[in-house]
Design a protein around this ligand. Structure first.
Ligand SMILES: *Cc1c(COP(=O)(O)O)cnc(C)c1O
Length: 358
């Protein structure tokens, strides 16, 4: 960060933004990278690039963060929510085709907890109906599907570097544009609707207003922090994965009391999140309270968007039973790189104590 300041250039697309872009290019083979102030901003850029307008429909899981829907609702789109799989929160791809119609423009795949959605099936549907596929990779940096990094499959992929994510710069995001047809305009929309990026490359003498847009650049101060994180990504990820595996080993055999997703066992993910599924929301509240007394912060997750105050009041929505279930019963356990193995053992012991298993 001091380097960024020393270079007297801390606005967007400076030295450290370039270094971050090169990192993504080199490590994940992402060719067109646009650092943004947030994943939310990356999703908003996507909606602008797609020329989303009133009447358009976008398909996404209900069990996701509000920005997925909000970015498209801002452009006037109607959201069609799909339920989660019964055994884990990712989008149930078998339910997508029934909702596709002539107004459908895109599908958003959210790789919940860094676990890949069924990419092969999503690509088949995308091709069959000529839809745009967007991967929300907010949880999914450095996670892979058939040896290819998540974020390589969508026309667009969005990442978050918010504090709560594996790699962070406080607030930050990345839009990866894999479909070449959108690259040029992405540059313009991100620079307030101007061709300033081409001007900085020396391709034109003056830049001017040529399209709609907004300010979607990440400060180079934040990019400098982000680059520091990226250079430590191997250490960060290996610590998170070690913690994930410890939870998995410690809590694997108690399905009579709570479940851990089958998709967690014996697989290599990015250690973004470890959660368990309890029998009822009442039991979850008691366990949260019990752990809180021991200074352990375990937390629930999303209120499904189909059930949100904002959406429910305005639309008739399809039911999403599994999303409701995860909303009521999923419990995230503490996971950050500073936790030691004995902390994890202690957390697990407390959970087992709660159930009087020990
Ligand atoms: C965190 C998160 C976002 C939003 O990220 P910001 O960078 O805070 O805008 C979007 N989608 C999902 C799935 C998230 O978890």
């Amino acid at each position: 960060m001091y380097e960024a300041v020393k270079h007297f250039r801390i606005s967007g697309d400076g030295l450290y933004s370039q270094k971050c872009n090169d990192f993504f290019k080199y490590n994940y083979k992402f060719k067109n990278n646009f650092l943004t102030p947030s994943c939310t901003a990356a999703l908003e850029m996507t909606a602008l690039l797609m020329n989303i307008k009133p009447g358009d429909e976008v398909i996404m899981p209900s069990f996701t963060f509000v920005s997925c829907a909000n970015a498209f609702v801002l452009r006037g789109a109607t959201i069609r929510f799909i339920d989660s799989n019964c055994n884990e929160p990712n989008i149930d791809v078998s339910k997508i085709e029934a909702l596709v119609n002539k107004n459908t423009k895109a599908i958003i795949a959210v790789h919940y907890a860094g676990i890949p959605c069924d990419i092969d099936e999503l690509i088949r549907i995308k091709k069959k109906y000529s839809l745009v596929l967007i991967e929300d990779c907010a949880h999914a940096i450095d996670s892979y599907y058939k040896n290819k990094p998540l974020g390589s499959f969508g026309d667009f992929s969005t990442f978050s570097f918010h504090d709560t994510k594996n790699i962070t710069c406080g607030e930050g995001g990345l839009l990866v544009v894999n479909n070449k047809k959108y690259v040029k305009r992405a540059e313009i929309i991100r620079e307030k609707g101007t061709d300033r990026a081409a001007f900085f490359r020396g391709e034109i003498k003056k830049y001017s207003w040529i399209d709609i847009g907004s300010s979607y650049l990440l400060s180079d101060l934040s990019a400098a922090y982000l680059y520091g994180q990226l250079t430590s990504i191997k250490t960060i990820q290996s610590k998170r994965i070690k913690i994930f595996n410890r939870y998995s080993a410690n809590l694997n055999n108690f399905s009579k009391y709570f479940k851990i997703p089958e998709s967690f066992i014996g697989k290599k993910y990015n250690g973004h999140m470890f959660y368990i599924i309890l029998k009822s929301s009442k039991e979850r509240s008691s366990l949260i309270e019990y752990l809180d007394m021991k200074n352990i912060q375990a937390v629930s997750h999303y209120v499904p968007l189909h059930n949100s105050k904002f959406y429910k009041e305005k639309h008739i929505v399809d039911s999403c039973k599994n999303a409701d279930l995860f909303s009521k019963r999923l419990l995230r356990l503490p996971l950050h790189p500073y936790l030691k193995m004995n902390n994890i053992d202690d957390i697990c012991e407390n959970i087992l104590n709660f159930y009087k298993i020990l």
